[in-house]
Design a protein around this ligand. Structure first.
Ligand code: FAD
Length: 569
């Protein structure tokens, strides 16, 4: 599939629209039931369509012609894109604030040019040119960052305090989509070497030809890439079974301004600190990941997904902790709080079950239709016997804890709709409604307190101007020692949606840090989470990261303003 700007796409639905998520034909108007429910909650819809592409405001491209000539000589003239659509498509990521700004016609953070290298050697050469000329390089995978990871500047579009305005002469988006092959499959070791630019579906399709799977399926899987997963320490919906992406990585190939770096010679080693961990989560600030060696597994012969109802969130948390600490986790495991259960899953929960849903009572801005208890999804992938055995063992524990089975129908519903949320967000934005997410994680002892504190902080921050908010949450990833919490916030955009969201985000970040959480469990730091990084990793941690940055990127061209806290702090 080819877009207007002549770029190739391998995503199932083709290239996404420039102002949102997914291909144009995959978009549908906001379902009436959702609109009515939100209206009942005091969150009124108002049409809010994106501007036309022709009306998007772009700054004039700044790169001197001699730099363009050098870049064209390396990657070929066809792979140095200067057109409007290419620049807009590489402007920022896919957070709600990113989309609000783009939809309003603001592409002031767009790169000057998009460069699309074919291989590791070309990436190295581009980095040499850009280091020499002091051109910022933003590695661009799928462009799905939700933390401002693709904007080497502050969210207001100005240079960050630690990057002098005249330090660089322009910005190159380095789109890695052509690094899209499987270079090696090693069935004996159970590993494969994947190109950094492979999107989720393409990586799985190529591995499936060998009867293998990676099993990394974040909600952004349709568009996010292997390099992006590594650069952000992504975690997928099946993390309980397959592991986080960083747990799947056994080695990386990284192009840096000072040369090639290949941490991870063998799967395990005592030759000093594990340098793979410095590349994982480096968010393009230390180098460009061009290949990743990952653990792969045989394609599952069977998948079984089922729903449960547990009495309340506290009971669900106890249950997940027990399962994790007994090494009994399903492949997919997700527990919705009462509000998310009521808001999002009411239809699914009632579809195939004997659960009685109380008739909806009066809906007020602070209450949703009541559905008793919390929805727990469990999913299993593997061999026939393994799936049956594990599902039986887990089911026994859930039942003993008072959980009620809702059957496989609701599990299949979840599977069928697992990638729908970002499309729904576009429909909400079209109607003037703001929907955004944030995530964190903590030790089990802190999870309930963290949940309450973040929910309260976000609600208070948004409702401080009298506008109601709905805050939903689910436990998205589970470990023996703790769990992550994933919040979805819905409110009216109001006259200044970005300020409204910034207030909520600030309050959430502060509540997270004050209540034992991490500022990010899997979305990474980007620019959004920089204010809390020093509190998270400490002064010495910041010194270590700065030293690595200085050693690998002496000219400071790689994603300045991302990951590391401001120098002035
Ligand atoms: C709707 C939606 C759902 C999401 N769901 C999940 C989820 O379930 N789990 C999850 O973990 N995340 C999720 N995310 C966040 C996002 O998809 C992840 O951060 C993803 O890992 C980013 O991959 P990408 O290829 O899109 O990277 P990009 O967004 O292109 O880049 C992310 C950062 O990594 C850098 N980078 C990208 N590629 C490279 C490379 N090859 N070398 C060096 N640096 C690089 C970029 O410069 C940037 O700083 C979601 C995002 C959206 C919009």
């Amino acid at each position: 599939m080819t877009s207007e700007s002549g770029e190739h796409s391998d995503a199932p639905g083709g290239d996404p629209v420039w102002w949102g998520w997914g291909a144009a034909e995959a978009h549908h108007p906001l379902p009436a039931a959702v609109r009515d429910l939100l209206a009942a909650l005091g969150i009124a819809a108002r049409p809010s369509p994106p501007v036309d592409l022709a009306d998007v405001i772009l700054a004039p491209a700044r790169l001197p012609v001699e730099v363009l000539i050098e870049l064209r000589a390396v990657v070929g003239a066809d792979h140095v894109l200067e057109d409007r659509e290419a620049r807009v498509r590489h402007c920022r990521g896919r957070s709600t604030v990113d989309l609000l700004r783009l939809r309003a016609g603001d592409a002031s953070d767009a790169p000057d040019v998009v460069v699309v290298p074919a291989d590791h050697a070309q990436v190295l050469a581009v980095l040499r040119i850009c280091s020499h000329h002091r051109v910022i390089v933003v590695p661009f995978g799928g462009g799905t960052s939700v933390v401002g990871g693709l904007v080497p500047s502050t969210p207001t579009g100005t240079s960050p305090a630690d990057v002098p305005a005249d330090a660089h002469i322009g910005v190159v988006a380095l789109d890695l989509r052509r690094l899209d092959s499987v270079r090696e499959v090693d069935p004996v070791s159970g590993t494969a070497v994947l190109g950094a630019g492979l999107r989720g579906p393409a990586a799985e399709a190529l591995l499936a030809e060998h009867g293998l799977t990676l099993g990394h399926v974040p909600q952004s899987w349709e568009y996010a890439t292997i390099g992006g997963f590594a650069a952000t320490r992504s975690s997928g919906q099946a993390s309980a079974g397959y592991g986080r992406f960083d747990q799947l990585v056994t080695g990386l190939r990284v192009a840096t301004p000072v040369g090639t770096w290949e941490p991870g010679r063998v799967p395990a080693s005592a030759a000093g600190p594990d340098l793979r961990q410095l590349a994982l989560g480096s968010e393009g600030a230390f180098g460009v990941i061009t290949e990743v060696r990952v653990r792969v597994r045989p394609l599952p012969r069977r998948r079984r997904f089922e729903g449960w109802r547990v009495a309340n969130l506290a009971a669900g948390l106890d249950l997940l902790r027990e399962l994790a600490q007994r090494d009994l986790l399903p492949t997919v495991c997700r527990l919705s709080d009462e509000v998310e259960t009521a808001a999002g899953l009411a239809n699914a929960v009632t579809a195939g079950t004997d659960v009685t849903v109380p008739a909806t009572s009066a809906v007020t801005p602070t209450s949703l239709p009541v559905i008793a208890g919390c929805y727990l999804l469990t999913g299993y992938e593997g061999g026939d016997a393994d799936v049956t055995e594990r599902a039986t063992a887990v089911g026994t524990v859930i039942t003993a804890a008072g959980g009620l089975p809702l059957g496989e129908g609701v599990g299949q519903d979840w599977l069928a709709g697992r990638f729908h949320a970002p499309y729904l967000r576009d429909a909400l934005l079209d109607e003037g409604i703001l929907a955004e997410t944030l995530e964190t994680a903590a030790y089990w002892r802190d999870v309930a307190r963290l949940y309450a504190a973040v929910g309260r902080a976000v609600t208070d921050a948004i409702e401080s101007d009298g506008s109601p908010a709905v805050v939903l949450c689910h436990v998205s990833h589970v470990y023996p020692a703790g769990a992550s919490l994933y919040f979805t916030i819905v409110c009216a955009q109001g006259p200044d949606p970005i300020s409204r969201w910034s207030r909520a985000k600030q309050a959430a970040g502060d509540a997270i840090m004050a209540n034992g959480g991490t500022i990010t469990h899997h979305h990474a730091v980007g620019t959004e989470h920089r204010p809390w990084v020093r509190a998270e990793i400490g002064d010495v941690g910041v010194t270590v990261l700065r030293a690595v940055k200085a050693a690998l990127d002496p000219a400071g061209i790689l994603n300045p303003g991302i990951l590391l806290p401001p120098q002035a702090e």
